[in-house]
Design a binder for this molecule. Structure first.
Ligand code: ZN
Length: 133
């Protein structure tokens, strides 16, 4: 397993980690697929279009509309009343699996990239990358 460190800058933000995942896979030997996983409860991982940076802001803003901050949340912990951040994390999910091609590279489509989704930033985050046999 390799670990990528990411410093996020805003409360809700998608950060392209495709290059970092490729580098982690290149140093991990051969396998059938790669698991990209975040050990967090207010962040997530997704695959989406990496061509247009404005889309990333649209997706981050969209998640804030899908899950409303003004809903009657009960949850409050050391990080404050961040119930919406937890729900956004669960809706997107904390992992993706990407098949590896015969040459060991990621089988991503032309328009696809891998993104860390921050829903309670800014924070220091980590992403674990595990090549699956
Ligand atoms: Zn919380």
């Amino acid at each position: 397993m390799q670990t990528i460190a990411v410093r996020t800058e805003r409360r809700s933000q998608l950060i392209d980690i495709t290059r970092e995942v490729r580098e982690a896979v290149a140093g991990s030997g051969s396998g059938a697929a790669v698991l990209v996983y975040v050990p967090h409860t207010t962040a997530a991982v997704t695959i989406n279009e990496h061509i247009n940076p404005e889309l990333l802001d649209d997706l981050a803003d969209g998640m804030e509309r899908v899950v409303g901050d003004s809903w009657p949340w009960r949850h409050d912990d050391a990080d404050g009343p961040n119930g919406p951040s937890h729900l956004r994390s669960s809706l997107v999910g904390i992992h993706v699996i990407v098949p590896l091609q015969g040459d060991g590279t990621l089988a991503l489509g032309t328009y696809q990239g891998i993104f860390l989704c921050e829903f309670d930033g800014p924070r220091d985050r980590v992403v674990h990358v595990c090549v699956l046999q």
